[in-house]
Design a binder for this molecule. Structure first.
Ligand code: FES
Length: 170
């Protein structure tokens, strides 16, 4: 099984053009879900597991194999937050930018992540370890600003703590 969220060899080779063995696997996935309710979502989920994310060339291949409009796949991919068109890191850093976290320094956390790790929202570190997302309120407003990595919610985060926090995941 591919490691979810990391840059895999499949992702490496995906850049530019899609590999023929990936096309074959997409074809098998499409055949296996043929006629099932919600087939496009199932196919997108399985292909994202395979590749790690859903770049345009992969969506085009799915569109061809399923014979459905590319616009429909883009619509589904952008509607559901669990689909991603960009590679995700092994660890996804989610910085809350809900009102409370924003007021209490969420932007400073984003600034420090950019300064210290080169991470911008939607971006990924060169080693593929971390990617960054912003989220809206994860329900810990009294302890803001917060950031989440996997199931861990880090509360009252100060920019100076970020190196220590992230180093625990290396
Ligand atoms: S606004 Fe950040 S946890 Fe609610």
């Amino acid at each position: 099984m591919k490691q979810k969220g990391s840059i895999t060899s499949a992702q490496e080779k995906m850049r530019g053009r899609i590999r023929s063995d990936i096309v074959q696997q997409i074809r098998k996935i499409v055949e296996a879900t043929n006629g099932q309710a919600g087939a496009p979502i199932r196919v997108l989920q399985k292909v994202q597991q395979l590749v790690g994310y859903l770049p345009p060339e992969v969506l085009e291949a799915i569109s061809r194999e399923m014979r459905i409009p590319l616009s429909e796949l883009y619509g589904i991919t952008s509607f559901y937050s669990f689909f991603s068109m960009v590679p995700k890191g092994k660890y996804v850093v989610q910085v809350c930018m809900g009102t409370s976290c924003y007021v209490k320094g969420g932007q400073k956390i984003l600034d420090a992540l950019y300064k210290d790790f080169g991470l911008q929202p939607g971006g990924i570190t060169p080693d593929g370890k971390f990617s960054l997302e912003t989220v809206r309120c994860i329900g810990c407003c009294g302890l803001s600003p917060v950031l989440a990595i996997k199931e861990d919610v880090h509360r009252k985060v100060k920019p100076s703590q970020l190196k220590k926090i992230l180093s625990a995941y290396r």
